[in-house]
Design a protein around this ligand. Structure first.
Ligand code: MG
Length: 254
């Protein structure tokens, strides 16, 4: 079911989104070699709960997800489980995907951070993954279709020879974390679900340096690239308004 939110509900979505802005702003100054993915999780968890919100990912799904963030390092695409044993090293990248529920409304967003100095080809992957989100965002407007977004993301990324992960997608969001419509990162312009004012969606390209194929580890969660080449991920929660898209989880340079 596609949810249509009122302007009052949009204000609650924005309040929930601002918490994730704070998470990302804080992590930008904190992520460094030697810390664990558990440490990163704790920073995010404390900010979210400090605002009286609930981490959307904690205990989500089956088996219940044990973290407040998904911490996916290098070849891990998404759903990496935070761990005291996973130490970040110079040259790593880490995707921090995080959600928060405030007064019943969810936000969901992701940033991929550098750990110290990162190889130029990996930096390019991260920067272009972010840019591919903004290529898709151009079509996050009433009257456009989800296929317009997916097509824009795919065309931009495949132009660099990157892989576009297909098994995982963006989604609608609101009173639940994941809802209709699916927002694919590939597709045909003019196809898919037509966007309307009042919808809230997440666009979240997951882009690989090598081939697009993925597999799941035995922990029941972590998704890795099959060729073990690095992957990047970028996401914001977006409100579809009469005046165009409004990102609730984004602030400039974070
Ligand atoms: Mg999402």
């Amino acid at each position: 079911m596609v949810e249509i939110l009122t302007s009052e509900e949009f204000e609650l979505m924005k309040a929930s989104g601002r918490i994730l802005q704070e998470v990302f702003r804080t992590l930008q100054g904190e992520i460094h070699p030697g810390m664990t993915t558990f440490d990163v999780d704790k920073i995010a968890h404390d900010i979210i709960t400090g605002h009286g919100a609930v981490p959307s990912f904690l205990n989500y799904g089956e088996p219940p997800f044990p973290g407040s963030i998904c911490a996916s390092v290098n070849e891990e695409v998404v759903h990496g489980i935070p761990s005291k044993r996973r130490v970040l090293r110079e040259g790593d990248i880490i995707s921090v995907d995080v959600g928060a529920i405030l007064e019943g409304y969810h936000s969901d967003a992701c940033r991929t951070y550098y750990v110290g100095e990162v190889a130029p080809e990996v930096r390019d992957l991260v920067e272009r993954t972010k840019q591919s989100f903004f290529e898709g965002l151009k079509y996050a407007k009433a009257g456009m279709r989800t296929g317009d977004i997916g097509h824009a993301v795919q065309e931009y990324c495949e132009g660099f020879g990157y892989g576009v992960v297909r098994e995982l997608t963006g989604h609608g969001i609101g009173t639940s974390l994941h809802q209709d419509p699916e927002v694919l990162n590939y597709g045909k312009a003019g196809h898919g679900y037509k966007l309307r004012p009042g919808m809230a969606i997440c666009i979240e390209p997951m882009i690989t340096l090598g081939q697009r194929y993925i597999e799941q580890l035995d922990d029941g969660w972590t998704i890795v690239t099959r060729d073990r080449k690095p992957a990047a991920h970028y996401e914001n929660t977006i409100l579809i308004t009469e005046d165009g898209p409004v990102m609730t989880t984004y602030e400039e340079d974070v």
